[in-house]
Design a protein around this ligand. Structure first.
Ligand code: ADP
Ligand code: MG
Length: 684
């Protein structure tokens, strides 16, 4: 009794079928049920009379049925049931579509509470598809009804009943875990009140108050966990001490370009970390094209001349391959041995690489996730770099670092993230920012156009191709169906190849192709044997073909701004004037506004902040994508203010060592629990 970990199948009214359906919603225990937060609310508290109601408004009314229902069938598949009623002000009709079975439910003289949308057609007052109940109940009308995310075979009202019963029986066993001083500081509800009110609020204000408290505790717990990890790594004095070496400046002097001020600043931060005894855990943030790779290469060079190996992990084979090629080129003649480890390698090659790696004959290993697999053993790993980090989680970072003995870690990302968000998404890392592009970059001319401009765009592309330039054409990834996505890229490819550009060489690239095929296509594109590359977003990160100067994006409205900015960053990498053409196929004003932002700004930070405002967190800013515990209540965009409070509070709690005190015991347990869920053991 009283255990929140009780499996739902032991609850009253939940048989095997319901339990199965609830599990599909990831509800396994009483706690999961209690924390199954409504996704929305239907506020049915507003009582009005017919005369007071406005067209389109949702209203609750007390009515008396005045006649029998009448069914009309204006066309096949449509029936309209009208039930006449009166309230204290006038006569009206309840109107139901395709619900003939309701006809016999209503008998003249019955009194109901109803709620639905008010409508007026000529002189006739209507309430559309109203819910109704006896005045003695007030379950559906006259209150705020929580709306839950459902699954097939489970109705909202069923879930409401289940949750109401569960709260009745178990809420008293939920323990407070916010300490008294925090509760009084923010004037929070206590946990039981908050959990009750988030499901069944008496007013929308009460719901907001409950949500604020629950969002706060959720964000505080994650933030605390991350700061604990960060603290531990910061005070980890078993890091490698790389000696200070003069060869570094010689290496930098020999580069074909001068480092920017920003690059030098970030490089110095890295070098300081490397030469200290603490283990480096550093995020390098820098817009596309800001020159992050070379900073990583210099750091790897430093590790290697100090007698260590280095590893670089990228999210896709294309990107890993490209890094391998460009880094090998940069390091040519330095005597440093660089190898590529990707899934598509032949068994024989893989065997050789793994052997050389163990024996220390390989200095730098570049690859994909394949790097963290078992059997990949370094002789003496000193530095780990992961590129385009938003695809890796806290855990994968840890896995990679286990391949060595406290190696230093650098994480690189091109996604510009506002500071408050960076503190949670990368809360376990120190942060360096490259906020300047190398000189001489030409601004990419960006145009947002409608469908009707396609012919002109094709002519423009032809002209550029005749001047030996190359072009990317990107189609959106349609989330509902990956297959649809591929057909659309394939269809576009076939169409363009046959109908529009029969005299040119086109290539197709998408995520479902086998790595060997992808590699081949990329090779041909790099060599200008393919002039137009039609692709899905697989080319989004890092791909570098300086001769390509046109990026055309179909259905641009379907992408996040940050993502469009990334895609745009694929061009403008060479000496030629570059163009980005966004084909916006939506009339929606927000989507036009978004296109306008991209047209007028080339600053990744600005773009991503605006995107957050307009669109919400999206895929880049989800906690799950970052390998963090999933948020149940909080929302990283809506709750930025709460987030910044939790950051200040978490810092203080850690600094003052409060977590060890009795009053914070429950909070500490909760933090551990959260991180166990992502298989991260918080020992400290
Ligand atoms: P990103 O930060 O997007 O990963 P890259 O590291 O791929 O950017 O750098 C983009 C291009 O800029 C590369 O071709 C690189 O050689 C070049 N580059 C890097 N730093 C400089 C610099 N200081 N001056 C000129 N070109 C540079
Ligand atoms: Mg890069």
């Amino acid at each position: 009794m009283g255990d929140l970990n009780t499996s739902i199948q032991y609850l009253k009214g939940i048989g095997p079928k319901r339990a199965y359906r609830l599990r599909r919603l990831h509800i396994e225990t009483v706690r999961d049920l209690i924390y199954y937060i409504p996704r929305d609310y239907d506020d049915r508290t507003s009582y009005k009379t017919l005369m007071e109601s406005q067209k389109g408004e949702k209203v609750s009314l007390k009515v008396e049925i005045t006649g029998f229902g009448i069914i009309n069938r204006p066309r096949r598949n449509l029936s309209i049931l009208k039930v006449p009623f009166k309230d204290s002000s006038a006569y009206g009709n309840m109107v139901y579509f395709n619900q003939d079975y309701l006809k016999d439910r209503f008998v003249p003289g019955q009194v109901y509470l109803i709620n639905g949308k008010f409508n007026k057609v000529g002189m006739e007052y209507q309430i559309m598809n109203p819910v109704f109940e006896n005045p003695s109940e007030t379950k559906k009308v006259g209150r705020i009804v929580p709306i839950y995310l459902l699954t097939e075979g489970l109705k909202n009202q069923e879930l409401i009943n289940i949750i109401a019963n569960t709260l009745k029986e178990y809420l008293k066993y939920v323990e407070e875990f916010l300490p008294e001083d925090i509760i009084s500081k923010y004037n929070f509800m206590d946990i039981r009140e908050a959990l009750y009110s988030i499901h069944f609020p008496k007013s929308m204000e009460e719901m907001v108050k409950a949500r604020n408290r629950l969002a706060y505790e959720e964000l505080l717990a994650i933030q605390l966990g991350l700061f604990i990890i960060k603290n531990r790594t910061m005070s980890n004095n078993n890091g490698i001490i790389f000696p200070s070496r003069p060869e570094i400046s010689k290496f930098i002097d020999k580069l074909p370009f001068k480092l920017t001020k920003s690059q030098i600043k970030v490089l110095n931060e890295i070098i300081m970390d490397m030469e200290s005894k603490k283990q480096m855990n550093r995020l390098i943030q820098g817009d596309v094209g800001s020159g992050k790779t070379i900073i990583g290469v210099i750091a790897m060079y430093k590790a290697i001349i100090s007698g260590y190996q280095a590893a670089m992990m990228a999210p896709t084979e294309i990107l890993a391959t490209q890094h391998f090629e460009s880094i090998s080129k940069t390091l040519k003649g330095s005597g440093i041995n660089c190898e590529l480890l990707v899934g598509s390698l032949s068994k024989k090659n893989k065997y050789r690489i793994l052997k050389d790696l163990r024996e220390g004959c390989i200095d730098i290993l570049i690859g994909t996730h394949a790097l963290i697999q078992e059997g990949v053993d370094f002789q003496n790993l000193g530095l780990v770099i992961t590129d385009e980090q938003h695809r890796f989680g806290v855990n994968q970072r840890a896995d990679l670092s286990k391949k060595g003995d406290n190696p230093d870690i650098i994480v690189m990302t091109a996604t510009p993230i506002p500071r408050t968000l960076a503190l949670i998404l990368y809360g376990d890392l120190d942060i360096s920012i490259i906020d300047e592009l190398p000189p001489g970059r030409k601004e990419i001319e960006t145009y947002a156009v409608g469908q009707d401009m396609k012919e002109r765009i094709y002519r423009f592309i032809k002209k550029q191709l005749l001047e030996h330039r190359q072009c990317y054409i990107v189609c959106p990834l349609i989330e509902e169906s990956e297959n649809l996505d591929i057909t659309s890229a394939e269809e576009l490819y076939a169409y363009l190849k046959e109908e529009v550009f029969p005299d040119f060489k086109l290539g197709l690239l998408h995520g479902k192709m086998i790595p060997k095929e992808k590699e081949l296509v990329m090779e041909e594109f790099k060599a200008n044997k393919i002039q137009i590359l039609v692709s899905t977003t697989v080319i989004e990160v890092g791909v570098n073909v300086p001769n390509a100067n046109i990026m055309v994006i179909f259905n641009a409205e379907r992408f996040g701004l940050a993502q469009l900015h990334q895609l745009r960053g694929r061009v403008g990498r060479g000496e030629y004037q570059s163009y980005c053409i966004l084909i916006n196929e939506s009339m929606n004003p927000i989507s036009r506004e978004r296109m306008r932002i991209l047209q007028s700004s080339s600053d990744g930070f600005e773009i991503s902040e605006k995107d957050l405002e307009l669109r919400g967190p999206g895929e880049f800013f989800g906690t799950k994508q970052h390998g963090l515990p999933e948020l149940k209540v909080a929302n990283l965009v809506r709750d930025t203010k709460i987030l910044s409070y939790t950051q200040i509070d978490a810092q203080e709690i850690i600094r003052k060592g409060y977590l060890q005190s009795e009053e914070y015991r429950n909070l500490e347990l909760r933090v551990r629990d959260l991180f166990v869920k992502i298989n991260y053991e918080l020992n400290y």
